[in-house]
Design a protein around this ligand. Structure first.
Ligand SMILES: Nc1ncnc2c1ncn2[C@@H]1O[C@H](COP(=O)(O)OP(=O)(O)OP(=O)(O)O)[C@@H](O)[C@H]1O
Ligand SMILES: [Mg+2]
Length: 220
């Protein structure tokens, strides 16, 4: 278990394709652990600092006719990440808290690294600066068939400000490619990354995750 020396907290990240249930589980698992008396800090990427949330808005809604280059995306995400690690995650970990992050570096390696073909060494170098080389002790990668994920995102789209009309052939292909990219990252990090069957119910997933995080807490 990769826990930085002198840092008593536990750092966890949730990763996976759109609609796989990361944000749902961040809320459920945080609530469950809090009920058990643990101090939990839930964060999301990009975001969870004042500047990070501004970067998130810009990242998700760039000015019209402005196509972000892959490196611009990396630098925006990295700026938000460095601030998040410095201002929130490291202080919380030093305070002995459990930090759960909705996405972290693996998302950048998948989207900008593998999908957008940025050179891995240079990308990893920038990511290491952004994280101050902090790594999650455990990462849960949520996996489900793309068809199911699309159904969930479309159902969610009726109540949230997400588009429901973008699952054309290119959109499906993009999600398939992302699945493959996350699979590659999981196979490169078999100890840190645990692959979760995201077709399970929210309650089943929450129970497993909570118990597994408690097991991680015991392993120093
Ligand atoms: N285990 C589950 N079973 C059924 N539906 C689920 C499950 N987990 C989440 N959902 C539903 O699927 C939709 C997408 O979930 P959620 O927003 O948590 O995904 P996400 O991984 O955070 O997506 P994004 O990457 O777009 O932020 C939501 O409407 C949520 O209620
Ligand atoms: Mg989410």
């Amino acid at each position: 278990m990769d826990r930085p020396p002198g840092v008593p907290g536990l750092f966890i990240s949730f990763e996976g394709n759109e609609g796989c249930g990361k944000s749902t589980q961040v809320v459920l698992v945080s609530e469950a652990l809090t009920r058990m008396g643990h101090q939990v800090r839930a964060v999301r990427e990009p975001g969870s600092t004042a500047i990070g949330e501004k970067i998130r808005t810009l990242f998700k809604n760039p000015p019209q006719n402005c196509s972000l280059s892959a490196w611009t995306e990396v630098f925006m995400l990295s700026a938000a990440r460095h601030q998040l690690v410095t201002e929130v995650i490291l202080p919380a970990l030093r305070n002995g808290e459990i930090v759960i992050s909705d996405r972290f570096v693996d998302s950048t390696l998948a989207y900008q690294g593998i999908i957008k073909s940025l050179p891995r060494d240079a990308l990893q170098y920038v990511c290491n600066i952004a994280t101050q080389t902090l790594q999650p002790a455990r990462t849960y990668l949520f996996k489900a068939p793309v068809k199911l994920l699309m159904e969930r995102v479309m159902a969610r789209g009726q109540t949230q400000a997400h588009g429901t009309d973008r699952f054309d052939q290119a959109g499906i292909q993009e999600m398939e490619n992302l699945e493959a990219a996350f699979d590659q990252i999981a196979s490169e990090n078999p100890v840190r990354i645990r692959v979760m069957d995201a077709t399970q119910s929210k309650e089943e997933l929450c129970q497993f995750l909570t118990e597994d995080i408690l097991r991680c807490l015991k392993k120093i």
